[in-house]
Design a protein around this ligand. Sequence first.
Ligand code: DC
Length: 229
Amino acid sequence: MKKIIIAIDGFSSCGKSTMAKDLAKEIGYIYVDTGAMYRAVTLFALRNDCFINDSEVNVEKLERKMNEISITFAINKETGRPDTYLNAENVEKEIRSMDVSSHVSPIATVPFVRKAMVAQQQKMGDKKGLVMDGRDIGTTVFPSAELKIYVTASAEIRAKRRFDELKAKGITANFDDILKNVNERDYIDTHRDISPLCKAEDAILLDNSNMTIAEQKQWLLDKYREAAE
Ligand code: DC
């Protein structure tokens, strides 16, 4: 089988990361969660006071500090999955907080942030053998990826999954707040000027609203086998 690039795009909380991670593990590919990179920049911006009135990004300040940000990944020996590091600190837990979730969309609209992240992501694909998930992977980062998947599910189902995920981690959250956050992020992700979330023409659509994780896993494995033959 030839080594390929697999681009998985779609809405937030639709199970993209789980699918992508499982596939990468199964076929021995590197997995890159590009949402984690935007989240790490957001955590940095929050810690360095780069928001005005807690909502608007202080673009000048963040731009001055961009060269102080280094984002890397390293496999966690316990989970077997990559953890995200911000300036050599493991921030895997911090970047999943509600605080980061509610500030990440405006950060992901900043042109110089996107430019820096996309350049780093493209470098990671030099040797292929990569599963990358995000919003603009099949359209901007790897427009010639051999396999592109566009994942979607209803907003309510995605909010319920996120709610259950937080609950399982012992984090209390309000379902309506999560649904509101999902809807807001969908709006910003699909309406921003640069690289808005949209399906690449040659991407395969997957609506997983009524699919189990095992069903999705098999579906994706079949698509990979067809593409890598
Ligand atoms: O996938 P996620 O929910 O962890 O992504 C966090 C945010 O980053 C989300 O608002 C969309 C944005 N994002 C993006 O703009 N481009 C990507 N390639 C990945 C994520």
